[in-house]
Design a protein around this ligand. Structure first.
Ligand code: DAT
Ligand code: MG
Length: 139
């Protein structure tokens, strides 16, 4: 089912560095409507569950430690073709490979500390949105 919604997190590196406002501005200027928004901090158990698909990867421990070290800003976003268009807006996982004008090109420091998350499918967008927000928090 295509929902025209995606899920994002502004990660601890970008929140720490004070980039939350600039990133949200870039997101809304690119035509995404904010359906839900909050600042929160993931526990170790939260991050292990959220990133469970990566648990066998060598960087898993580092990823969980990074994602829990400070607050994140989580959001559900709406736009036609939201998942694919948001992946284009954030750019490649590795900022060294990210295109000019993308959020990761502008704000990410490394493949590990890469400023933002974007869902990779409509199915995962729904799962990830429900992980962070109840139905009463989405508008
Ligand atoms: P993406 O966030 O672009 O969907 P992914 O799903 O492959 O990328 O990986 C999830 C996160 O894990 C990624 O944003 C940062 C971290 N990660 C991925 N590959 C990594 C690597 N080679 N070294 C360190 N961290 C990595
Ligand atoms: Mg991914």
């Amino acid at each position: 089912m295509v929902t025209n919604r995606t899920f994002t997190m502004i990660k601890p590196d970008a929140v720490e560095d004070g980039h939350t406002g600039a990133i949200l501005e870039k997101i809304t200027a690119s035509g995404f409507r904010i359906v839900a928004l909050k600042k929160t901090q993931m526990t170790t158990a939260d991050a292990e569950e959220f990133y469970a698909i990566h648990k066998e990867r060598p960087f898993f421990g580092e990823l969980v430690e990074f994602m829990t070290r400070g607050p994140i800003v989580a959001a559900v976003l709406e736009k036609e073709n939201a998942v694919a268009d948001f992946r284009t807006l954030i750019g490649s996982t590795n900022p060294a490979e990210a295109a000019e004008g993308t959020i990761r090109k502008q704000f990410a420091k490394s493949v590990g500390e890469n400023a933002v998350h974007g869902s990779d499918s409509d199915e995962n967008a729904a799962i990830e949105s429900a992980f962070h927000f109840s139905g009463r928090e989405m508008f």
